[in-house]
Design a protein around this ligand. Structure first.
Ligand code: GRG
Length: 296
């Protein structure tokens, strides 16, 4: 299997679904919908949607039937990036290689575009189309997973702790808490929801959830290493920021080699979790390898 081709075709499907589902740019109020579309189409990798599609394939489901889920996942993720870039949070001018939403529009529009994307994710998941295409108990389970992953005990908890830890001495437990909640929770939810909606058995869903959690934590460690070693032009965002802000990261705690070792271990744990799926999990296993090597 050629991973680049796999990623490109899945990205195309997700982009097409996002374009189809999101309110048009000229829908009233146009400034808000323009800002939502600006950030969503600024060039993300679509990792979380692609993982959901790959998880659906791993349980033998039809990836085409879970496209609304991929839209919801990317909307939650994009909302978190817009808010993270605000002056009150990480205060970034560049994201996905483009000026951030509050720079192009203004702060109020950026806050509202983020809010609207978060709400839109759940509008899509609870639409009649979802109820027609899937068993209701699966739809409710997916809404429960994604709302919990986005909330005050996972994504927002991770972000809050990340901000509160800046410049403070931190333990390994503190760093793990931030990484698992800020990043791994949404990635785990993407994989788990893809499997749930596509009809995976409880055992399959649990193995894929373990895959997602470990892959998600490794993804964040790679992000932290890229902040130290990466190329701003390739990453499409500023680098060497974490050290200046005293961010609680694995490289800060264990050094680059120590962080790399933890990342590799997490990827191996993720890949081992899906061995029993055989060829059906090939894309997931290959995405694990891609995360170790990624440059953006
Ligand atoms: C504001 C509630 C709230 C949460 C923000 C997502 C996040 C939490 C902060 C963004 C900064 C950051 C380092 C997040 C960790 C997750 C991460 C590495 C996000 C970037 O994800 P990619 O690389 O982005 O998948 P693209 O642009 O490719 O979609």
């Amino acid at each position: 299997m050629d991973l680049d081709t796999y990623l490109a075709t899945r990205r195309g499907l997700v982009d097409e679904a996002l374009d189809r589902f999101l309110p048009r740019e000229d829908a009233k109020p146009a400034a808000l919908h323009k800002a939502m579309r600006y950030s969503v189409f600024a060039g993300g990798k679509r990792l979380r949607p692609i993982l959901a599609l790959a998880a659906a394939e791993a349980v033998g489901g039809d990836p085409g039937s879970i496209l609304p889920l991929t839209v919801a996942l990317e909307c939650v993720h994009t909302y978190s990036l817009i808010h993270d870039d605000l002056p009150a949070m990480d205060d970034d001018d560049l994201r996905r290689g483009k000026p951030t939403v509050h720079k192009v529009f203004d702060e109020a529009t950026a806050i509202l575009a983020g809010d609207a994307l978060l709400a839109f994710a759940f509008e899509v998941l609870s639409s009649p189309r979802m109820a027609r295409a899937h068993r209701l108990e699966r739809v409710i389970a997916v809404i429960g997973e994604l709302s919990a992953a986005s909330g005050s005990r996972q994504l927002v908890a991770g972000q809050m702790s990340d901000l509160l830890s800046e410049g403070k001495p931190v333990s390994r437990e503190d760093v793990e808490y931030i990484v698992w909640n800020k990043t791994a929770a949404l990635i785990r939810a993407a994989v788990k929801c893809g499997a749930l909606l596509a009809g995976g058995s409880p055992e399959e869903v649990s193995l894929l959830s373990c895959f997602g959690e470990n892959l998600g934590a490794a993804f964040q460690i790679k992000d932290d290493l890229l902040d130290l070693e990466g190329d701003a032009a390739k990453l499409g965002k500023a680098v060497r920021k974490d050290e200046k802000r005293g961010k609680a990261t694995f490289p800060h705690l264990l050094g680059r080699d120590g962080a790399r070792a933890v990342m590799q271990e997490l990827i191996h744990t993720a890949q081992d979790a899906v061995r029993s799926f055989g060829d059906r999990a090939e894309p997931l296993v290959m995405i694990g390898g891609y995360i170790l090597k990624r440059v953006n």
